[in-house]
Design a protein around this ligand. Structure first.
Ligand code: NDP
Length: 284
């Protein structure tokens, strides 16, 4: 079994972050405040989620209260593909910064695999500390890493990952290239989601440790040395989802959870399926 990092960070990213997709503008600021009080320091945001303004308000509130400093936080945003044109990249980044009320992002992800160079300039200009990618398959990542003029290596590949889509091959590939992996939809998501939170195996294991199914799903990823960003706007669940550092799944339980894999992809981005860079036409 992989050794869980004692400090709770992987490739300088706090191991558990708050997901914010579908956090409505009415809920987002409060969720961020509750999360900061519960110990979250990593926030996974995106221009596409239409709530960066409220997330920024929550962050600002907690900084003003003196609960955290900017440098204690790890704030991630993502460049959506309508802004991949090099001339638009800086503008898009500044839009997110303005909404979040921040001078810089800790990490800016290319939300979807198309174009990269203009993102590197953001690091040079000091608008973002690091850059990363999301939804890249191994060929796309390899191509990017092999670019002779690559200035900044992506520090993470944010991908869908949960027991029904364990992503063994892509994770092995990323690790071999020293690119960390951030697992999204780790609980199986909501409306369009799965029964993962009610899966009998997960439930039995949860009962064994006296933990919730969500905590098992999150801990599972941490023990694989992944960063994990469960989304919740419910105060009790926000707190629950970070209480995952006081127990350890046995190797047998890890194997059992791994064996639930059925290569079931939930986030398929169907509107982009015919694009030449659609990442999910190959195995990994
Ligand atoms: P998740 O797997 O995190 O599931 C979120 C759902 O689970 C919500 O409905 C939430 O409801 C519920 N939930 C949260 N905690 C618990 C709990 N302890 N018990 C029971 N239910 C719970 O799905 P997401 O798709 O939101 O993925 C997480 C994050 O990953 C996103 O928010 C986003 O930040 C990122 N993401 C990135 C993508 C990309 O392309 N890069 C794509 C998809 C997601 P409630 O809020 O009511 O608690």
């Amino acid at each position: 079994m992989e050794k869980v990092p004692a400090v709770g960070t992987i490739a300088k990213i706090p191991a558990v972050g708050l997901g914010t997709w579908k956090a409505s503008p009415g809920e987002a600021a409060e969720a961020v405040k509750v999360a900061i009080d519960a110990g979250y320091r990593h926030f996974d945001c995106a221009y596409l989620y239409h709530n960066e303004n409220e997330i920024g308000a929550g962050i600002r509130h907690k900084i003003k209260e003196g609960v955290v400093r900017r440098e204690d936080l790890f704030v991630v945003s993502k460049l959506w593909c309508t802004y991949h044109e090099p001339s638009l990249v800086k503008m898009a980044c500044k839009k997110s910064l303005k909404a979040l009320k921040l001078d810089y992002l800790d990490l800016y992800l290319m939300h979807w695999p198309m174009g990269f160079q203009a993102m590197e300039d953001l690091v040079i200009k000091g608008l973002v500390k690091d850059i990363g990618v999301s939804n890249f398959n191994h060929e796309q990542l390899e191509r990017l890493l092999n670019k002779p003029d690559l200035k900044f290596k992506p520090i993470t590949n944010q991908i869908e990952c949960h027991p029904y889509l364990t992503q063994k091959n892509l994770i092995r590939f990323c690790k071999a290239k020293d690119v960390s992996v951030t697992a999204y939809r780790s609980l199986g998501g909501s409306r369009e989601g799965t029964d993962l939170l009610n899966n009998p195996t997960i439930r039995r294991i949860a009962n064994h440790y006296n933990k919730s199914c969500a905590q098992i799903l999150i801990r599972f990823q941490i023990q694989r040395n992944l960063i994990v960003i469960p989304k919740s706007t419910n105060p009790k669940r926000i707190q629950e989802n970070i209480q995952v550092f006081d127990f350890e799944l046995t190797e047998n339980h890890m194997d059992e959870i791994m064996s639930l894999n059925r290569n079931l992809r939930l986030a398929t981005f169907p509107t982009t399926e015919s694009h030449k860079d659609y990442p999910f036409h190959i195995d990994f």
